[in-house]
Design a protein around this ligand. Structure first.
Ligand SMILES: [Zn+2]
Length: 245
């Protein structure tokens, strides 16, 4: 349990690098970790996930610049999700689910900040549906049915709203690919629950934003909403009998 958490937080630390550098088209391998403000390199003993953040009081050792809460939140979330998957699933299933969680964490944070989803992670997620049907009890038929059902439903919704609003660009292409993945992974019923939960999260996001900044045109990072709802449904499925169909 503790080992899973440590492994997760170390991976989370790497995800932070990906989240920070991908939108800026920077290499994720070199240069070494450095402070975004003063560019000073972070020695390995200040680069320990979670511990360093607390030890340094959330500030850069060199320039005292505040380190974003994003770093520690990604490390903690990845750690918790690793504990969940390793305690609930077989090793191969857990590893596969962890790769999914990592992709979703990257997607969530980048979509939240930049309202874009790097397509490579979406293609990877859809590709992972193939090993998923091999190592779990879900049949390829259920996977395809889930993906097709939710895509058809979305296409109809988009068409109806598109005709009313005279604007067909309601969802981004990234959102659609993410929904296809969710349909394939969760199957027909759970993916629909996940889609509705994502819509509720999106509405909550608008309410909170309206309250905080009174911005007239709020764009919802729907990729973030979908990732959160997928994670919640995946966890609830394992812990409650309510969602068992
Ligand atoms: Zn610094």
């Amino acid at each position: 349990m503790i080992l899973s958490f440590i492994a997760g937080s170390i991976i989370g630390s790497f995800l932070n690098v990906v989240i920070f550098r991908t939108p800026q088209n920077l290499s994720i391998i070199s240069p070494r970790s450095h402070c975004p403000k003063c560019k000073s390199f972070i020695p390995f003993y200040y680069n320990i996930p979670i511990v360093s953040f607390i030890f340094l009081g959330g500030k850069c050792k060199q320039c005292n610049e505040k380190i974003s809460w994003q770093y520690i939140s990604v490390e903690i979330i990845t750690g918790i999700l690793f504990v969940f998957s390793f305690s609930k699933f077989s090793l191969s299933e857990a590893i596969l689910l962890n790769v999914v969680f990592c992709c979703l964490i990257i997607i969530s944070y980048i979509d939240f900040h930049y309202l874009l989803i790097p397509s490579i992670y979406l293609y990877l997620l859809i590709f992972l549906l193939i090993p998923y049907t091999y190592i779990t009890t879900q049949s390829p038929y259920q996977t395809i049915l889930g993906a097709v059902a939710i895509t058809t439903y979305l296409a109809i919704c988009t068409l109806i709203v598109g005709i009313i609003k005279r604007d067909i660009n309601i969802l981004g292409f990234g959102d659609i690919l993410l929904i296809i993945f969710i349909g394939g992974w969760l199957g027909i019923i759970h993916s629909f629950i996940s889609l509705f939960l994502a819509a509720i999260i999106g509405i909550l996001y608008i309410i909170i934003n309206n309250h905080l900044i009174k911005n007239e045109t709020i764009k919802i990072p729907f990729g973030t909403c979908l990732s959160i709802s997928f994670t919640i449904i995946t966890i609830l499925k394992e812990y409650t009998k309510l969602l068992t169909f």
